[in-house]
Design a binder for this molecule. Structure first.
Ligand SMILES: Cc1cc2nc3c(=O)[nH]c(=O)nc-3n(C[C@H](O)[C@H](O)[C@H](O)COP(=O)(O)O)c2cc1C
Length: 317
């Protein structure tokens, strides 16, 4: 009999039952937490793909969640037995203790199994992420400024996806200052190219990209689509925002199998009669044009400077 008053070890026993009760409380919240966490992971994995390994893990996860649920019920049962002993000091505490010990093993092993499973899931998610990461890094290295295009048209829904990638760019104070002015009108593109070249005659010597001999499409490189990016001229952050926006668009185009070239000279459209075509009102200026199309050349990456990395502060331990 576990009567605390009658037993010389009574007070100790009393504490002991209390601590068993506390242990049940800890198990209970740990099991509930793990179960919820696994449910979230299962959802995440389910959204990922139907890769066989992931399917197997999802099956294991579902079984594991059921196992945790069952252990949770055991713990609730033991907890109520311990509660009875605690409220009725004259009660025989042995059945409660035995139930506790019977439960301890399965609970501990369920939690160990759960931890191992969680590590496997993390590895899977990580490897899936690094797969995506690899593709992104590769696209960054592969993107080139292409200055020769096939005449094939580009479906407008692809251009819209590219613009959507631009919209996803970060911007200072989340101002999203960009406006996109798109044309796939070939004769208009040709006329604009000519008008910009003419407007630039009054300006200093042309950059290398324009000095190619025998080309009449030196601004937009004969691409079938031009997107002008405009933004408020008095926004001090707009140039940076537009850079991020344009880079997103170029990477998205690359991902869709298209080529691009950022064309800073496109901003000189403001000095031509075509300015009014761009719905950029007063206080708005064209920052950059992007030409898009199916590339007809595969330029190598121009050599990158590498003497521009400086470490500051103490190295991490
Ligand atoms: C802001 C900006 C303006 C640019 N303007 C032009 C341009 O007007 N004409 C052109 O042919 N290329 C232009 N470029 C493309 C660069 O010449 C090109 O990015 C650089 O040579 C590196 O080559 P890559 O883009 O293939 O890495 C521009 C690039 C940037 C970032």
């Amino acid at each position: 009999m576990g009567t605390p008053q009658a037993d010389p070890n009574g007070p100790l026993l009393d504490v002991s039952i209390t601590s068993l009760r506390q242990q049940c409380e800890d198990w209970s919240s740990a099991l509930a937490f793990e179960r919820d966490e696994l449910a979230v992971l299962a959802g995440l994995l389910r959204n990922k793909s139907s890769i066989a390994t992931i399917d197997r893990v999802i099956d294991e996860l579902i079984a594991m969640i059921a196992e945790l649920q069952a252990r949770q019920q055991d713990v609730v049962h033991v907890r109520s037995l311990l509660d009875e002993v605690l409220t009725d000091g004259t009660m025989d505490d042995r059945p409660a203790r035995e139930a506790f010990h019977r439960t301890a093993g399965p609970v501990t092993s369920a939690m160990e199994h759960e931890t191992a499973l969680k590590h496997r899931i993390m590895d899977l998610v990580r490897s899936e992420r690094s797969g995506i990461g690899h593709v992104v890094l590769q696209a960054i290295q592969e993107r080139r400024s292409v200055r020769s295009y096939r005449s094939d048209p580009v479906p407008m829904d692809l251009i819209e996806r590219i613009i959507d990638a631009g919209r996803a760019a970060p911007s200072a104070l989340d101002r999203q200052p960009w406006r996109f002015h798109v044309t796939d009108d070939r004769s208009l593109i040709r006329d604009m190219d000519k008008a910009i070249s003419e407007a630039m005659h009054a300006l200093p010597p042309l950059p290398h990209a324009m000095q190619r001999s025998g080309r009449t499409d030196t601004i937009f490189h004969g691409a079938p689509v031009v997107v002008f990016l405009s933004a408020p001229e008095n926004d001090p952050w707009a140039d940076l925002d537009m850079g991020a926006c344009a880079q997103n668009m170029m990477l998205a185009a690359h991902a869709l199998g298209l080529s691009t070239c950022p064309v800073g000279l496109g901003r000189f459209v403001a000095h031509t009669r075509f300015r009014s075509l761009l719905r950029s009102g007063p206080g708005e200026e064209v920052k950059l044009a992007l030409v898009i199309g199916i590339g007809a050349e595969h330029p190598a990456m121009p050599a990158r400077k590498r003497d521009n990395l400086f470490r500051i502060g103490a190295p991490a331990a």
